[in-house]
Ligand binder design. Structure first.
Ligand code: NAP
Length: 304
């Protein structure tokens, strides 16, 4: 019987650790990390996600702000707002909740966010760094998936990892991170000829598709770590993943539930990314202050 990987509990531990760091950070740098979330329009799903993200940020003591915009906002107006936030030294993280209305070009919007404030890790420069093995700001869901795998104690190095789905936000980045952790990675998608033959090779199976019961128990290698990223609502209106959970539990070694698996880690990693951006900004401004002090000291020294 598989051990359930409790994403909620792991995310809680990560957030608790973060909240204990806040008073020290405030004492050292004079402020707390700040996360600005831009929500365009009235999509109910997006409103729900944003609410969770803001609540999580507040729960660890971060400054979090929602900027809710009318769906009719023009691309120029949105870009102007992003530029203002980019220039504001008190803003550490900027997140534009996706999807955005069709008249706004998603690529233009993501590209406009300062690379050092791009807490989603979607900016082309952050994506490029990930693919060059530099791991600057890594997208939240893939980063959380790797934490979930590591929490089992199973080593990734040398294992065969199969990723089902090749989206830019989950499949591709998680495959790259697993590759960097020295797994042998197989990526699969709709053109894969024999999906079952591939998934049966997986010591680590990550499924990010959005199709209920795509992965059945007979497609899982006994003892495998199974990470179910998919979230869809089934005919009864229940949230379900891509893996036939109850049957898969009989075969897998470890498995994430849906809900309560990947989702909570995605939010915890958003907070981690915000923290990383904050530390980079705070350290950079401390270094600039130190440099100025040195310059002023040396000038005073010369004048004497
Ligand atoms: P996406 O952009 O729609 O990509 C889905 C991928 O699945 C595509 O690469 C597609 O292949 C592949 N696929 C579809 N049917 C397949 C099949 N029968 N066999 C093999 N591959 C198949 O989706 P996404 O944004 O990555 O999200 C995937 C799921 O994860 C969704 O349910 C989403 O809601 C969920 N999600 C959860 C979280 C979280 O925090 N829990 C975060 C992000 C996403 P092609 O490229 O060939 O079309």
């Amino acid at each position: 019987m598989a051990q359930i990987i409790d994403g909620k509990a792991l995310a809680t531990r990560i957030k608790e650790k973060m909240s204990t760091q806040m008073p020290n950070l405030e004492a050292k740098y004079g402020r707390r990390p700040s996360l600005y979330i831009i929500l365009v329009g009235n999509d109910e799903g997006s409103q729900r996600y944003v609410k969770h993200k803001l609540a999580a940020a507040a729960s660890v003591g971060m400054d979090s702000r929602l900027i809710a915009l009318e769906p009719t906002i023009t691309e120029k107006e949105l870009l102007d707002l992003i530029h203002v936030l980019n220039e504001d030294p008190l803003v550490d993280g900027i997140l534009v909740q996706l999807p955005i209305p069709k008249h706004l070009n998603e690529y233009h919007i993501i590209q406009a966010i300062d690379k050092g404030k791009d807490v989603d890790g979607f900016h082309p420069l952050n994506v490029g760094e990930l693919w060059q093995g530099m791991h600057g700001i890594v997208p939240c869901t893939p980063k959380g998936i790797v934490q979930l795998i590591m929490s089992t104690g199973v080593t990734i190095d040398g294992k065969t990892a199969v990723v089902v789905g090749r989206s830019n936000i989950v499949g591709k980045p998680v495959a790259k991170i697993l590759l960097d952790e020295n797994a042998t990675v197989i990526m699969t998608h709709t053109h894969t000829k024999d999906l079952k033959a591939m998934t049966l090779l997986a010591d680590i199976l990550v499924v990010a598709v959005g199709k209920e019961k795509l992965i059945t128990a007979d497609m899982i290698k006994p003892g495998a770590v199974v990470i179910d990223v998919g979230i869809t609502r089934n005919a009864e209106g229940k949230l379900v993943g891509d893996v036939d959970f109850d049957a898969a539990c009989e075969v897998a070694g470890y498995i994430t539930p849906v809900p309560g698996g990947v989702g909570p880690l995605t939010i915890a990693m958003l907070l981690k990314n915000t923290m990383e951006c904050f530390l980079n900004h705070a350290e950079a401004s401390t270094n600039v202050s130190k440099l100025w002090s040195k310059i002023i000291e040396s000038r005073i020294g010369t004048d004497k």
